[in-house]
Write a protein that binds this ligand. Sequence first.
Ligand SMILES: Cc1ncc(COP(=O)(O)O)c(C=O)c1O
Length: 434
Amino acid sequence: MSTAAIHAGWSAQDRHRAVTPPVYASSAYAHPDHASLKALFQRRQEGFAYSRSGNPTTVVLEERITALEGGIDAIAVASGQAATSIALCALAAPGGHVVASSLLYGGTTEFLDDTLADFGVNTTVVDPWDLDAWERAITPATRAVIVESIANPGAQLVDLDAISEIAHARDVPVVVDSTLASPALYRPGDHGADLVVHSATKYLCGHGTTIGGLIVDTGSFDARRCPERWERLTTLNRRFGVTFADEYERGGSGLLAYARAKYVTDFGATLPAASAQQILVGIETLDLRMGKISADAALLAARLHEAAGVARVDHPTIPGRPDAALAERDFPRGTSGVLALELAGGEEAAAAFCDALELWTLAVNIGDARSLVCHPGSTTHSHLTPAQREACGVSPGTVRLSVGLEDLEDLWSDLERGLTAAARTTAEVPALVG
Ligand SMILES: Cc1ncc(COP(=O)(O)O)c(C=O)c1O
């Protein structure tokens, strides 16, 4: 893992033998003659024409994440949101059906509920721990199931092997948002996932500098198994003049070739080359970072669980969590740096807690080197209905923590400051005498 994180996709092979993958800041690429550019557009030749659909720096990132996830191909896109939306459009639009875990990032739930619904795609939401519910929800129209390997913000884990078995028995591909885990902690492809999506903005980049997203094909989905169902891949595409499923014969991904040609190009959700390089640099230290972050998050979760004024802590190591056995079985290196706590005093206590912190930064991001805090109910999950918020474990008193790389004791003493401020909001006001 740590070797591939540094070397996969690049070996100082450019003209100047640059050690670090350079930023190819070029919109277009010159060709020696008419025949060369024509062959590229006819998909008879590999190469670059225009950076909206391919860039040499971005390709290094695509090769690196493919190696880290043990996949066959990847596409880098403009954001994690673009990764999820393009993956689901490629599988399910128009008119398909998706089965989604109730424990998803708020932006994904909103996309499913609103924008993907505009494409005629309906979604059935299920409790990811209820395997019978997955079984019941899949219909002949289902084109994808989607889960998070570690959910945001409660760090809930899923039995992906079991969910994949249910989906694959009905020939339905499994999409896993593995943003929180990153390949350093968990490889969804080893547990049945067909597509892995990442918000590279988070742990892969690791320093809060860049927005980016990735879609990885793990190699288990082959549209040719159900040619009628995936006829957009298995029949000749008039616009592009190719049958995308032919990619499988070359060891590539028919699905990602289709997603890149159609959705990345049409939606224009391209990852800038400079962003690809930032993410590549971040990935070099991913393995080191994820171990410390996961260990520190577990220690802070245990202390918060004992703290006064905290009604609940959401983290797989907390006694009574139904996913404790999954943590032991599938996450030997830990479960990443995100945890949620519910303050007994509700939103007022949560606001006082956030405002009192000096070291933790109040910001709606995770996976930064800096520790971050936010109130999901009024930010990342604020556009959901109260029922949707409840289904993903977000209440008015919920605070999300994203543990960074600072000293653990510094982080803890700041959290104690926050807890003291939260306690003041619920302390009984002394009765006035006289
Ligand atoms: C689990 C998860 N998936 C996807 C996204 C969307 O990623 P981005 O903000 O890079 O579009 C986020 C963002 O917070 C996330 O936490």
